[in-house]
Design a protein around this ligand. Sequence first.
Ligand code: SAM
Length: 253
Amino acid sequence: MKTLYMPPSIKHFEPLHMVFSTWVDHLPFGYDLVTALRPKMLVELGTHKGLSYFTFCQAMKENDIDGVCYAVDTFEGDAHTDKYDESVFNAVNNHNRQHYHGFSYLMRMFFEDALKHFDDDSIELLHIDGFHTYEAVSADFANWYPKVKPGGIILFHDVMARLQDFGAWKFWDETRGQHETFTFNHGFGLGVLRKPGGDRSNDHPLLKLLFEDAKADDGAGLRSFYVHASKHLENTRKLKRLTQGQPQQQPAS
Ligand SMILES: C[S@@+](CC[C@H](N)C(=O)[O-])C[C@H]1O[C@@H](n2cnc3c(N)ncnc32)[C@H](O)[C@@H]1O
């Protein structure tokens, strides 16, 4: 790696909203990417309990980023998450109101119905994490790609997950060679795609690491950094739980 970069996630990131999700392996990268991009508009397709979405929102708030975020989801579930009840939406809605009021909005609807609310070339960071069949991921990409700003980023979760009828891996295998991309293989996998165009003269060091330096070293350094960063975050959380769970020491008499 040639570019110098100190990821903000290792300096000061402690997730405010922890819920069970396989997105757990990508929290430091999600936080760092939002901090690097400083997006004026961020959209997530598929929010469920909000692990990825609130990581993005936390980065927006803690780094004083002047932008808006939208979480699109029916908040009813699909065949992979199974149907879930209203308590999921209520918890996400409460957390959103409590912490991100004024810049983060939940759009409770189908992705297809949300499309008309966004202009072409307007979204700087799009996260595609809805239904994970090959057909669904391909359709989400085809429908939403025009909405992404030239030079903008699209994230795809689960590009390494080979279970049930998941097909994001197949979509990613076909797509990654045709675009500027970077792939995190750990966890269930996270694909990062950059739309052509935009002004790249002032690219943030993280973008240089993803799309320039990675051409030289195949991205091995960056990839292993985020494997360790997510393990470190998990261990820190475990340690905190353990120490907080221990009975208070009695003062010596
Ligand atoms: C894998 S979960 C999202 C996980 C989440 N990003 C996280 O960090 O844990 C997928 C979500 O997408 C939603 N979903 C799937 N297809 C959808 C569609 N066509 N329109 C709206 N929501 C959809 C489901 O309701 C579900 O909550």
